[in-house]
Design a protein around this ligand. Structure first.
Ligand code: PGA
Length: 242
């Protein structure tokens, strides 16, 4: 894992954009995408760029259960707004939050990822160390599954809803095992609320209690942090400063 400390969020977004541009220039076919506040600046840079995704495929990490793709709270809607409407891909896949047969949906999505091996997977990190919606305790070799969200995640995501009660309690997510199969991984983390999770991911024990610690020993992982998210890291953990 290589940790890049950016001067601020804008510098981090630009560094993330450069990683995207490089893998696309190197012939990447499949981008693994993420939702949440963290990648919004990167998506703006991608929207405003001359990059063309029309021959590429995207696969997203996760989706809430019980929400239709055209519901503004869905991750599908988020992706349309932040990227796909401006920069369509040839194929874009997300889990189907309205699937009536969860087992079949999990199998379908694992097949989607198997058929479209991810060249670059973008990740955020939860305050509890989750990646995708792999909450504490998720096995490192897990495939796509349906999860119950933790209280910490429900509280963190309540800001996108009228009230905490409206936050869905379940989601479909790629597993940690699915994520680890990506050729390259780029994780972004900004702000002091992520400092604990970042410290545990980078310096803590490898433990399923912190899903992101699964990335620690991988040499194909780049982590971009701002000073607030890096506040609890040892200087020696930082590979590069921008
Ligand atoms: P955020 O979410 O980007 O909205 O902070 C990240 C995550 O929970 O993975």
């Amino acid at each position: 894992m290589k940790v890049i400390l950016a001067l601020n969020q804008a510098a981090g977004d630009q560094a993330a954009f450069n990683v995207f541009q490089q893998v696309i220039d190197n012939g990447a076919r499949v981008l693994g995408l993420a939702t949440g506040s963290t990648p919004e600046g990167l998506y703006r840079l991608l929207r405003e760029s001359s990059l063309d995704f029309s021959a590429m495929t995207s696969v997203n990490l996760d989706e809430y259960v019980g929400i239709a793709p055209d519901n503004p709270q869905s991750y599908h809607y988020f992706m349309n707004q932040h990227l796909f409407n401006a920069k369509p891909f040839a194929h874009s896949y997300l889990p189907n939050g309205l699937a009536t047969d969860p087992d079949a949906e999990v199998k379908r999505y694992d097949q989607v990822v198997a058929d479209n091996p991810v060249d670059l997977q973008l990740l955020g990190i939860g305050r509890d160390g989750h990646i995708g919606f792999n909450e504490p305790g998720s096995p490192f070799d897990g495939g796509t599954h349906r999860v119950k969200l933790t209280e910490s995640t429900i509280e963190a995501n309540a800001r996108f809803f009228a009230s905490k009660d409206e936050v869905p309690r379940e989601a479909y997510t790629m597993g940690i095992g699915t994520i680890l199969k990506s050729r390259e991984i780029l994780l972004m983390a900004y702000g002091d609320k992520k400092a604990d999770a970042v410290q545990k991911m980078v310096e803590g024990p490898l433990t399923t209690a912190v899903a992101a610690s699964a990335l620690q020993k991988m040499d194909n992982v780049v982590v971009i942090v701002d000073p607030a998210a890096a506040a609890k890291l040892q200087p020696a953990s930082i590979s590069k400063r921008l």
